[in-house]
Design a protein around this ligand. Structure first.
Ligand SMILES: Cc1cc2nc3c(=O)[nH]c(=O)nc-3n(C[C@H](O)[C@H](O)[C@H](O)COP(=O)(O)OP(=O)(O)OC[C@H]3O[C@@H](n4cnc5c(N)ncnc54)[C@H](O)[C@@H]3O)c2cc1C
Length: 346
């Protein structure tokens, strides 16, 4: 039984927190294991605290990430998601680029359609994998001509997948910092880059990873979007370390609502994101219960985002996986409401 669930009724007769009356009340509950006073106090504060999501002013900026659809059905789902999220007036939506440029046409078609048919600024992800500089530059020029002004510039993962050795194309950009510099020479793009609160798996150490981030920003990027993570402290520590390394650009947490624990575990292993034990516990037994899983996912993601907000984070980037509802619900909880026709489809 959840201790917090018992508290509201237990708390009422007790005056003040933390109070000995409360501790005594706990002690009378048969079979309830109360180990330390501090645990009681924590629970009591939780029970007594303000509603976590009441009265939030919606003073946040959000962006949403999509992947390019492979079929007509997926295209419909993507467009539904965009139409649902557009009224929240995201500051941009971005579309990923498949490994080795495998989605080059589809990414371009999706970003160009967003730019053409909606009022939302569209950003295209672009990688250096298996392409010469001339080829990458050509893609960037096509984006500029299509009215796309924002690129998420990435090195990309090796074609054999994350964890295998990255070998740059002989005439290609060797890493994201070089790509950022190349893009800046082509046109005055707004450029975002990737950052890794738990360190990129290829990095020698955290300091080297931060040096690399700094190189990307110095080359012309204006913001970093992070790899997903599950503990707010992971982000806060990274933000502090970045600040100590004199990185003052915007660092936006990448938020992954976990809807399939198995899939997210696989992804986390590949990209070096730690999965806390409590997360595995909370999803245990839900493999065959998609609706319960959605509710748990929404609760946990909302809590993560709310705790980041409490730590002064005001920008969030959602990995939507082309589904709108979770991201929409979390934005709603944070006070973000549909605007007056802005940001919608044209
Ligand atoms: C927000 C976000 C969006 C993403 N979108 C996509 C996507 O659309 N498509 C896709 O394929 N992948 C995507 N990825 C994954 C990304 O491509 C991989 O994580 C990739 O392995 C690294 O890309 P990067 O841009 O961070 O690389 P870089 O910043 O170039 O760094 C990669 C590694 O190389 C090291 N390194 C770089 N330059 C040097 C140097 N000069 N000397 C020594 N070491 C160096 C860095 O320290 C780091 O360990 C995304 C990741 C994030 C966080």
């Amino acid at each position: 039984m959840a201790l917090a669930g018992l508290l509201p009724s237990l708390y009422r007769p007790c005056k003040g927190l933390p109070g000995s009356g409360l501790a005594e009340a706990f002690a009378t509950i048969q079979g309830l294991r109360v180990t330390t006073t501090s645990q009681e106090e924590r629970e009591a504060h939780t029970a007594k605290g303000e509603p976590l999501f009441a009265g939030l002013p919606g003073d946040i900026a959000v962006s949403f990430e999509f992947f390019p659809p492979k079929s007509e059905k997926m295209e419909l789902a993507l467009w539904n998601a965009i139409e649902t999220l557009a009224p929240l007036r995201p500051r941009f939506v971005s579309v990923t680029y498949g490994a080795g440029g495998s989605t080059r046409e589809r990414t371009h078609a999706t970003v160009a359609r967003i730019a053409r048919e909606t009022a939302i600024p569209a950003a295209a992800h672009l990688t250096c994998v298996e392409a010469s500089r001339a080829e990458v530059d050509e893609v960037a020029r096509e984006y500029w001509q299509a009215g796309v002004r924002h690129i998420v510039a990435l090195r990309g993962d090796p074609p054999a997948g994350p964890g295998t050795k990255f070998v740059p194309h002989p005439d290609g950009y060797a890493n994201a910092a070089e790509l950022v510099a190349g893009l800046s020479r082509i046109a005055p793009f707004e450029i975002s880059v990737a950052a890794y609160p738990e360190c990129h798996p290829d990095s020698a150490n955290r300091a080297a990873d931060l040096d690399n981030l700094k190189r990307k920003l110095d080359a012309g990027a204006v913001r970093a979007i992070t790899q997903f993570f599950f503990e707010p402290d992971t982000f806060f520590r990274f933000r502090d370390a970045a600040s100590a390394a004199r990185i003052d650009a915007e660092i936006v947490p990448g938020i992954m609502p976990v809807t399939s624990f198995a899939a997210v575990s696989r992804m986390s292993k590949l990209c070096g994101t730690a999965i806390p034990g409590w997360l595995a516990d909370l999803f245990e037994g839900l493999d065959e219960k998609p609706q319960a899983r959605e509710l748990v996912a929404a609760t946990l993601t909302a809590e993560l985002v709310r705790r980041l907000y409490a730590g002064d984070v005001r920008q969030f980037h959602f990995y939507t996986l082309n589904r709108a509802e979770l991201s929409y619900a979390i934005c709603h909880l944070l006070g973000v409401r549909p605007g007056d026709g802005q940001g919608g489809t044209k």
